[in-house]
Design a protein around this ligand. Structure first.
Ligand code: PRP
Length: 212
């Protein structure tokens, strides 16, 4: 029996669609109501839906053998897992953005950066040799420079609509992001056959998709 943690929200629909294309019995995930654990109707697998950070925790702790989670989350937290596959889903970017007249890359003095991703933001500015203050924000990050909480934000951009509708512009593209498969280290030894078979199925479905 394999336990697979899927990230709910943004990645959920695409991950479920890929599993379906790969031949898995995901009916319960498509018609899920308020349930959080879902048996596969064809294979010895159960899925559960969790938030991105929790997906990493479940995999690291071995409660889930496999997780599907965005690279944005992986860059921010934990490394006690194997990252084994890029699914090419949920593509977006880490960006540096602010109001048009506030390019912090050309600024000196005290600079404040609002972000949900303090590690990513810190590493980025360290590489640039800039000393900045990071302010952790939980959501609606675009609001922070508008209200003067910070000078700029490091955040993810998918369509760019949120930035545009709030009058913010991109000053730098930091990192390309997509959904990744992660595997618990012990599970990779103990359930190697099942996990390799899952990865092969996913790879084949992605290949077929690309060929269409
Ligand atoms: C993310 C991100 C941006 C938005 C970007 O937020 O933090 O706010 O999506 O998407 P776009 O480029 O397609 O407009 P999310 O929707 O995860 O919600 P949050 O603000 O509550 O974190």
């Amino acid at each position: 029996m394999l336990a697979i943690a899927l990230t709910k929200g943004r990645l959920e629909k695409q991950s479920v669609a890929l599993l379906e294309k790969s031949g898995y019995g995901i009916e319960a995930l498509k018609d899920k109501g308020r349930a959080l654990v879902f048996p596969d109707s064809k294979k010895e697998i159960h899925y559960f839906l969790v938030k991105a950070w929790d997906c990493v925790t479940y995999v690291e702790q071995g409660v889930a053998d496999v997780g599907v989670v965005g690279k944005d989350t992986l860059l921010e937290c934990g490394d006690e897992y194997y990252e084994v596959m890029d699914l090419g889903l949920g593509k977006c970017k880490f960006i540096l953005a602010s109001l048009p007249d506030n390019n912090v890359l050309n600024k000196s003095g005290h600079i404040k950066i609002g972000t949900k991703y303090p590690t990513v933001a810190n590493n980025y500015f360290k590489q640039k040799g800039m000393d900045v203050e990071i302010i952790k924000i939980e959501g609606s990050v675009e609001l922070a420079p508008i209200l003067g909480l910070c000078d700029a934000i490091v955040d993810i951009m998918e369509t760019g609509t949120t930035l545009k509708e709030n009058g913010l512009v991109v000053f730098d593209e930091i990192y390309d992001i997509s959904a990744r498969v992660i595997v618990n280290k012990a599970s990779f030894k103990l359930k190697r056959k099942e996990i390799i078979s899952l990865l092969d199925d996913l790879k084949n479905a992605i290949k077929e998709d690309a060929a269409c």
